[in-house]
Design a protein around this ligand. Structure first.
Ligand code: 5GP
Length: 228
């Protein structure tokens, strides 16, 4: 039985009653921890959605993996919290040692997922939440087929461009590159298990939709344990 469907906008609709029927009660064994990938074009609001999910809290808690990047830290970002900021040689050393689950160049900089952090989360029985780009998502899916892939789309391209321009964190050249890449990224949404629209001013609803998807998926009997 399918627990989700998509409406005309491509929004994944999850029927909570279906989750109850097929779901487990509080007394049942905790579900296998999952690797959940959240992707979407730059400016769609992934960080805000994740902040909303963190604020809402979960039992057991989700583990939000802090990834590595060679790009410069933005004024509002904190090292080891927003990202593990590093030089390119430091990044390459990690990659060459096999310490990154995936490593990809995104918008001209390197980004990569620390394998140990994902492993530790899963080992503690926590879902590992990864906010990575479309190329990274495909690499992870190829080596971890059980990974759950969720793609966040904006209500319109105009909204996306407006957000990118207003946040003023990029140079004009970087902004142009991110806007160009957005079209390529949006075309990859069909490779994902679920697509969620981040409606303007409704980030809490988006966070809730993602949690609903996770809670339905975690109860699937056929979901195998994740090994990274
Ligand atoms: P930003 O520079 O705006 O923080 O992130 C740019 C893009 O890199 C976003 O799509 C973000 O999801 C992605 N990203 C962040 N960390 C990783 C990672 O570890 N691996 C990959 N492949 N992409 C990442």
């Amino acid at each position: 039985m399918s627990l989700s469907a998509q409406d005309a906008n491509g929004t994944t609709l999850v029927d909570p009653s279906a989750a109850m029927v097929e779901g487990a009660s509080a007394e049942q064994d905790p579900p296998n921890p999952m690797l959940v990938i959240i992707s979407g074009p730059s400016g769609v609001g992934k960080d805000t959605i994740i902040a909303a999910m963190q604020e809402r809290g979960h039992h057991p808690p989700y583990h939000y993996v802090v990834t590595c990047t060679t790009r410069d830290r933005r004024p509002n970002e904190i090292d080891k919290v927003s990202y593990n900021f590093m030089t390119e040689p430091q990044f390459m050393a990690l990659r060459d040692a096999g310490d990154l689950l995936e490593a990809n160049k995104v918008h001209d900089y390197w980004y990569g997922t620390p394998r140990a952090s994902v492993r530790a989360a899963l080992g503690k029985g926590q879902h590992a939440i990864l906010k990575i780009d479309v190329q990274g998502a495909q690499v992870v899916k190829a080596c971890v087929p059980e990974a759950l892939l969720i793609f966040v789309v904006p209500p319109s391209i105009e909204t996306l461009n407006r957000h990118l321009e207003h946040r003023k964190t990029e140079t004009p050249e970087q902004l142009a590159l991110r806007q160009k890449n957005a079209a390529l990224e949006l075309a990859r949404q069909y490779d994902y298990d679920h697509v969620v629209v981040n409606e303007e001013g409704d980030v809490d609803r988006t966070a809730q939709r993602i949690e609903e998807i996770i809670s339905v998926e975690e109860r699937r009997d056929e979901r195998a344990a994740v090994v990274v």
